[in-house]
Design a protein around this ligand. Structure first.
Ligand code: NDP
Length: 329
């Protein structure tokens, strides 16, 4: 069978370029489940893969796309049958293995989870890796005792995929959410998702020059990292926690140990890529019960495979708001 795929390759001058072309089933990598991709999600990492940045793709030609949802065409695994609705996120799919920017994907059954009953493949990709990671961060904070009565939760990069979904999921769980954004024009959207307060990113990025600042938030979810993380840690309340998720603002941060040793603050790392099956299924079920697709719809834009090279430049420049979902047809 021949199908459409966005194929990323090195051209004669060594540049990384992507174009839509026909691919045959025989070109797909090995795997025991063949899936018809109905919707794919578009993530920061896809921006890296399509532009050749971050060294996340090792072999070309490549099909990017770190998350997708669709229906099983063929399965040689007991857990999945033809016609079953499934989701894939992580496991380096779209990085070291071919991913979801195509009408078909062949993967290992271990990487899939069944689509929760309450979600469609489209609503699942509104969440995608971004939603899963936000949910895992919220679960981790809760395990550490961060309950809604402990105080406000800060979310950085709030207009982005992870940030906007963290805002919505936290608000649905009864937390008071403070959103940090570099795009004040997104404030109204963020308030509608459940943010009670909006802070301008520039205000927080102003270095205080001290090891500790006044205590402000019980916890933070941080997809930004870099200098913003340094400033956030100084303002976490006694006994609070920060879930570090990403590096949209930089991979390095300088800081002092004072928040850890004087305020009992904990810094958690959250990885969605290698999460075990049971943790993924539990997080997807929890998201399915909390997520309100109609309320999130204003933050969603649809793209075709042809649009993705331009979307890649945009997401790396911090220019994508909410979630871009991809229809491969
Ligand atoms: P998005 O681009 O959708 O969101 C990132 C947001 O960060 C932007 O929308 C912007 O929000 C803010 N931002 C961008 N550039 C800067 C900057 N220079 N300084 C401060 N803030 C900035 O990306 P995703 O939400 O998809 O991913 C966010 C990060 O999380 C990425 O680094 C990604 O790799 C990582 N990630 C990690 C996962 C894991 O498993 N640990 C899983 C998924 C993502 P605003 O304009 O509102 O300030």
């Amino acid at each position: 069978m021949v199908f459409r795929a966005l194929v990323t390759d090195r051209n004669a001058s060594g540049e990384i370029v992507s174009s839509v072309r026909s691919v045959e089933d025989a070109e797909l990598p090995a795997g025991n489940v063949l899936v018809a991709v109905e919707w794919a999600g578009f993530n920061y990492k896809d921006g890296l893969a399509l532009t050749g940045k971050g060294n996340i793709v090792r072999a070309y030609p490549h099909v990017a796309g770190v998350d997708f949802a669709g229906r099983v065409i063929e399965s040689r695994n007991y857990r999945y049958h033809t016609g079953q609705a499934v989701i894939l996120t992580g496991w380096r799919v779209g990085e070291t293995r071919w991913g979801g920017f195509a009408e078909r994907a062949r993967v290992d059954a271990e990487w899939l989870v069944p689509l929760p009953r309450r979600l469609s493949s489209r609503t699942a990709m509104m969440l995608g890796t971004a939603g899963l990671t936000a949910m895992l961060a919220i679960n981790r904070l809760k395990e550490d005792g961060v309950t809604p009565n402990r105080g406000d939760i800060l979310v950085t990069g709030a207009s982005g995929g992870v940030g906007s979904l963290a805002v919505m999921l936290l608000a649905r769980l009864g937390y008071r959410v403070v959103a940090v954004t570099g795009r004040p024009e997104q404030s109204e959207h963020l308030a509608r998702l459940g943010a009670s307060e909006i802070i301008d990113r520039r205000e927080l990025l102003e270095p205080s020059g001290k090891g500790l600042d006044g205590e402000r938030w019980a916890a933070a979810i941080d997809p930004v990292g870099g200098p913003l993380l340094t400033e956030v840690l100084k303002k976490i309340r006694y006994g609070g926690a920060v879930a570090s998720i990403g590096l949209a603002g930089g991979a390095k941060f300088d800081g002092s140990v004072l928040p850890f040793i004087l305020r009992n603050v904990t810094l958690f790392g959250i990885d969605s890529v290698m999460q075990p099956y049971e943790a993924r299924v539990a997080a997807w079920e929890r998201m399915a019960s909390l997520f309100v697709p109609a309320a999130y719809e204003p933050m969603v834009s649809e793209a075709r495979l042809e649009d993705l090279p331009a979307e890649a430049e945009s997401i790396l420049a911090g220019g994508v708001a909410g979630r871009v979902i991809v229809n491969p047809k």
